[in-house]
Write a protein that binds this ligand. Structure first.
Ligand SMILES: NC(=O)c1ccc[n+]([C@@H]2O[C@H](COP(=O)([O-])OP(=O)(O)OC[C@H]3O[C@@H](n4cnc5c(N)ncnc54)[C@H](O)[C@@H]3O)[C@@H](O)[C@H]2O)c1
Length: 359
């Protein structure tokens, strides 16, 4: 059986991580083409990763590259447009988080993919991160009884590209960017339990001059089964990337830390090349991470998606999960804006989620 042909849209930060994952860990996939608006960037990315074809037209890569899967690694405001174009050309979709900017876009993406009979695979890698999955398997085994509280935090000192800070392109600030991980993981851990209501508070701490969006947020999600989820997200935290979870059960508890918990500990007077994502120094005490992509679950996620396409399996994480996550994000912005709990279902019509807080 020949390899499954993938076209990758975008050649920025996450595209590099997807490429490392395909190249090292997904032998059944062949990335046959890459798209960037700037053909020079597409060619440079193709040379670096030994990809045969590069394009500066999204339509051309979808229709002409011979791909079966389109892996969308573009800024948030392009997710819906790219998904719908690819689905209408009968390509399966791998879509980076967040699924879309608005719920209407999310609904349209899910609808078109269903009509065209293509898979909409939502790339929430925390559902595949080996350490988080070890925690989930122990919970399933009964190790800590019934979950009554989950906490998940993802924090660093701010993203690497300008578009993240433009709320018209990103849809919001850190909640759109990183809160989506916490909410996706809550649903994953709680077997898609239904959300009752959402409470949130947020602020702009470190990047006031650069964004209208929030760069620090705390969200409490109450589920119908009685569990609560607490998401802490920040673009204001110095010291490199932080991604950790805590799971509290009636018979015990578990902690997992994806970065400091998968790193060596170093003290360097002179500094060195690279410690971990978003670390701004390598002098003094630092946490040099190992197998950064692997420990976050990207290879496992992409291997699973390619297996779903090759063997016509139902993906574990789909557009429906991405849509539910986006609804919680809407409710969190509205809660912070109004200073009260927001009950779900909640689907006001807005241009972008952060408007529910900014107004
Ligand atoms: N799963 C994760 O943990 C994770 C991590 C990082 C990023 N992401 C997601 O991946 C997506 C891409 O993020 P990134 O960090 O790679 O961003 P990036 O800025 O590093 O790269 C974005 C790519 O899109 C291209 N691009 C920008 N504006 C464009 C436009 N108007 N038209 C066409 N192309 C355009 C850029 O040239 C670049 O190739 C985002 O949706 C982000 O949320 C997910």
């Amino acid at each position: 059986m020949s390899r499954t042909k993938v076209a990758i849209l975008g050649c920025g930060f996450i595209s590099d991580i997807h490429m490392e994952s395909y190249e090292r860990f997904v032998p059944d996939a062949e990335v046959v083409a890459v798209y960037s608006r700037d053909i020079k960037k597409a060619k440079a990315f193709a040379d670096k990763h030994h990809i045969k074809n590069s394009y500066d037209s999204m339509d051309a890569i979808i229709h002409e590259s011979g791909c079966e899967v389109v892996d969308i690694c573009l800024p948030n405001f392009l997710h819906a447009q790219a998904t719908i174009k690819a689905a209408k050309a009968k390509k399966h979709i791998i879509i980076e988080k967040p699924l879309a900017v608005t719920l209407e876009e999310a609904d349209e993406m899910i609808k078109v993919c269903a009509e065209e009979n293509v898979k909409l695979m939502y790339a929430e890698e925390l559902c595949f991160a080996p350490k988080y999955e070890r925690v989930r398997s122990l919970v399933k085994e009964g190790a800590i009884g019934d979950i009554y509280m989950l906490k998940q935090a993802e924090k660093h000192s701010g993203p690497h590209s300008d578009w993240f800070y433009d709320v018209n392109l990103a849809g919001g600030g850190v909640l759109m960017d990183m809160g989506c991980h916490a909410f996706g993981w809550f649903f994953w851990m709680l077997n898609n339990a239904k959300v009752k209501n959402v409470m949130a508070t947020m602020n702009t701490v470190l990047h006031k001059g650069r964004t209208k969006g929030e760069d620090n947020s705390v969200v409490i999600v109450e589920f119908e089964n009685g569990a609560i989820g607490i998401a802490e997200n920040s673009w204001a935290r110095h010291g490199g990337m932080d991604d950790h979870c805590e799971v509290y059960g009636t018979d015990g508890l578990m902690y997992a830390d994806l970065f400091r918990g998968n790193a060596a500990l170093a003290y360097s007077r002179k500094g060195f090349g690279y410690a971990m994502e978003k670390a701004d120094t390598t002098t003094g005490w630092t946490f040099p991470i190992f197998e950064e992509a692997f420990n976050q679950g990207y290879p496992h996620e992409l291997k699973h998606f390619i297996d779903c396409v090759r063997n016509n399996k139902q993906p574990l994480v789909t557009g429906e999960l991405g849509r539910k996550v986006l609804e919680v994000i809407y409710a969190a912005y509205a809660s912070a804006g109004q200073g009260k709990k927001i009950e779900l279902p909640f689907a006001p019509v807005v241009k972008k989620p952060v408007d529910l807080w900014l107004k």
